[in-house]
Write a protein that binds this ligand. Structure first.
Ligand SMILES: Nc1ncnc2c1ncn2[C@@H]1O[C@H](COP(=O)(O)OP(=O)(O)OP(=O)(O)O)[C@@H](O)[C@H]1O
Ligand SMILES: [Mg+2]
Length: 360
């Protein structure tokens, strides 16, 4: 603590200045009045002035110091903590706004909150960046090494071997495609996780979106011998959502339903009431696939998590689909519910808010 700070701690310069200014003013007015109206000698007048000056400065100093001291101390603590990157919860002892000092305290508390939030946001981004880079390098290794292996073999002579050259090129292409999917998903998830991608939530008809997505995936379903069914529902149902993002959720969930299914199985999309709230509904995607073990259920939405890495990879999976779904659902303020029974199938449901809520 500097000498100046020590001195300030003993004596409040703010109260002292106020006291001196007020005492001078009071002494001048009072002694002048007494001089004009009273018969008083110069010596008495000087004594009166001295006594007046001392007592009024003492009174004013004590009163102003009392009024400011605690609040200034409080303000000082907040600012000091802020400089040390310590952020307390000051909301409880926030003074009611009555003068400039209270207002200043309130503003400082607000500033401290903003700085705290900003620092946490930056820390989150920093941690996320580190983790992300680790995950990415891990995920990139597999396709890159595979491509390197095939190309090297081709260059070493296999290119002239008609039995393998086309096969190796096709495998190389498959890995290149995997890298492309991975890059797209990574870009999307990074924008979602850093909050760069905002949801544009509007009233929208659910039926159009479902039919759109189902139509685009129908061909893939036929190829894999999986039927995609849409359970009949009221075509006028409207919800609050970002059309493209809801489409993305449905695409990811239906693709998973097909990918982790058994030949001859089906994926069903439908809507049911959400029992816990009349204002919400449940959009579900149910499949007759391999299901998910209870121990893995909580982890499937983690990025890059795959129950069976080789099966998922064979089907071009990067383990980002459900992480993307979860982020979008959360950005909508909704919930993702997963139920599954190994060997029987899984149901992924999301809550959605009706834009014309049913009131009872
Ligand atoms: N409907 C499902 N049935 C069984 N397992 C599933 C289902 N959906 C997801 N999973 C499991 O959860 C894991 C994570 O799914 P996610 O969609 O995030 O990744 P992915 O399908 O492997 O890759 P992609 O990024 O291409 O979607 C999958 O690898 C799979 O093991
Ligand atoms: Mg997926």
């Amino acid at each position: 603590m500097s000498l100046k700070e020590k001195k300030n701690k003993l004596l409040s310069p703010l109260s002292l200045r106020t006291a001196l200014a007020s005492a001078i003013f009071i002494t001048l007015i009072f002694t002048a009045t007494v001089h004009v109206i009273g018969e008083i000698s110069w010596l008495q007048l000087i004594w009166l002035a001295v006594v007046l000056f001392v007592t009024s400065s003492l009174i004013v100093y004590t009163v102003t110091n009392r009024l400011h001291k605690e609040r200034l101390k409080h303000l000082n603590t907040i600012v000091k903590n802020m400089t040390r990157k310590k952020f307390g919860d000051y909301d409880n002892d926030l003074p009611e706004s009555s003068d400039e000092l209270d207002l200043l305290i309130q503003r400082t508390v607000k500033a401290s909150d903003s700085v705290n939030k900003e620092l946490s946001r930056l820390n989150k981004i920093e941690n996320y960046r580190k983790e992300f880079i680790g995950d990415i390098s891990h995920e990139l290794k597999t396709p890159i090494f595979a491509i390197q292996g095939f190309v090297e073999t081709l260059l070493n002579g296999a290119i002239h071997d008609e039995n393998v050259n086309e096969l190796f090129l096709k495998k190389t292409m498959r890995n290149v495609n995997r890298l492309i999917f991975l890059t797209n998903d990574l870009m999307e998830i990074s924008r979602l996780e850093t909050g760069e991608m905002k949801s544009n939530i509007k009233d929208m008809y659910l039926r159009d979106v479902i039919l759109d997505v189902v139509e685009s995936l129908q061909y893939k379903g036929q190829k894999e011998d999986i039927e995609i069914r849409v359970k009949d529902f009221d075509k006028n149902i409207q919800i609050k959502g970002d059309r493209n993002q809801i489409k993305q959720i449905l695409t990811n969930l239906i693709e998973n339903g097909m990918k982790y299914n058994k030949p001859g199985g089906y994926v069903e999309i439908g809507i049911t009431d959400f029992k816990k709230s009349k204002e919400k509904l449940l959009l579900y995607v149910k499949d007759t696939g391999i299901g998910i073990d209870k121990n893995d259920l909580n982890r499937v939405t983690e990025r890059f998590f795959r129950v069976d890495k080789s099966r998922s990879r064979d089907k071009g999976g990067t383990g980002l689909g459900l992480a993307i779904v979860k982020h979008i659902v959360e950005a909508h303020g909704e919930k993702l519910l997963i139920e599954s029974q190994p060997e029987l199938g899984s149901t992924f449901s999301i809550t959605l808010t009706r834009s014309n809520p049913v009131l009872v």
